[in-house]
Design a protein around this ligand. Sequence first.
Ligand code: UD1
Ligand code: CA
Length: 475
Amino acid sequence: MTQNALAIIVLAAGQGTRMKSRLPKVLHPIGGRTLVGHVLATASRLGAETVEVVVRHERDQVVAALASEHPDAVIVDQDEIPGTGRAVQVALDALPSGFDGDVLVLSGDVPLLEEETLQGLVDAHRAAAAAATVLSAIVDDPTGYGRIIRDEAGDVARIVEQKDADDAEKATREINAGVYVFRAGLLRAELAQVTTDNAQGEMYLTTVIGLLREHDQKVAVEIAADTAATFGINDRIQLAEAARTLNDRIVRRWQREGVSIQDPATTWIDDDVTLAPDVTILPNTHILRASTVATGAVIGPDTTLVSTEVGEDAEVRRSEATLAVIGARATVGPFSYLRAGTTLGEGGKIGAYVETKNAQIGDDSKVPHLSYVGDATVGRGVNLGASTITANYDDVNKHRTEIGDEVHTGSHTVLVAPVRLGAGAKTGAGAVVRKDVPAGALAMSVAPQRNIEGWVQKNRAGTAAADAARADSAE
Ligand code: UD1
Ligand code: CA
């Protein structure tokens, strides 16, 4: 029974020097998830008995990141002996004692491989009863990768690393994707013979392939159908390329599901986003994290949504929203910023140059121009006049503003929180509202206007304004 058991080892202990980063390489994100997070998400669907992750470089940061998203992964610490071979060796030692099944080795920096490819590799390995099965790819530019060296019969003889390869070997375009299936017992035995005698002074996992062949074991190779999915990430250029490849995949998936995406090149959609059929996405739009968009909604151009929910037939143009909920048929933008905790009711409107935060705005309510609405509850059918501001912060604490149904505020109203406006209340233009306004009342706080006749002609004689005023009053 244990013969067919599957254990997965994810290598994530390397330093990632070529990234030149404070962040461990495997924690760099693409598509809203870390590189190693992508590998683990795929690995978790293969029905393995155990999934181990080997860590060392910045191990606490890596472990903390894994703890939240993949708490079931078993953490294994690599020691000071460097190399992928050593990483696998310590992981084998940490497997349940007596484990003698198949071991799938994945690299934490090869994030784009899909479940079918990995399952296919495991199936091929078992069907061929091989000691090891290597995933390879035929690439235009093999620089940096280990090369698959085949014998006259066309079977894999060994893998040679870039830094150890001669010119003829370097010309080989078949590369090692860094993903393999091994029989656990044979792998354990061969690793015991692997040394650090090579250009990098590391224990290479790839050395095992040549050793198995020397010991007359069968090594199979599967050439990946999707070459781009095998790409490993070692520097920022490859990081950007992988992000693009992943994004293309996500965009096409949603297009097939009935989403209109006008410009795939400038549309970025994270892996965890959900879009409904007949959503339209206009250029330069980023839909990130766990955002969801309902049918008929139009997003963009130039819009960023982060963990935001958009209702049916809503429109969000040239705006940014984080942790917000935008109701059905509501409209947002252009040029507005919905911060965390904003909810906009059905048929509501947040117009131009508006910032909102922790604000629940009711159905059919409008905040059309130049406003700040923070820590506020706004009822239904409300209209906040241009430049209405909730003054929610007194330098020490944040306070709430409560606005009842059908309230209309005059332009440039300042609502000094905590304050409450009853249903149907109104405020005059420029009102500074410091006291609660009862339902149906009109609040005014501005002194009556006084005109001082002839002031300009008298005090600004000789100016263009004075001349214009004189000409106008003479008519
Ligand atoms: C490795 C392969 C190479 C293959 C390429 C595919 C070896 C020796 N070479 O090269 O044949 O073409 O991947 O992408 O295996 N790691 C550890 N512990 C270590 C060193 C590395 O866990 O001591 C991890 C890294 O975090 C990384 C993975 O192993 O996730 C691969 O290491 P990396 O240094 O990137 O190997 P490559 O030079 O890319
Ligand atoms: Ca690599």
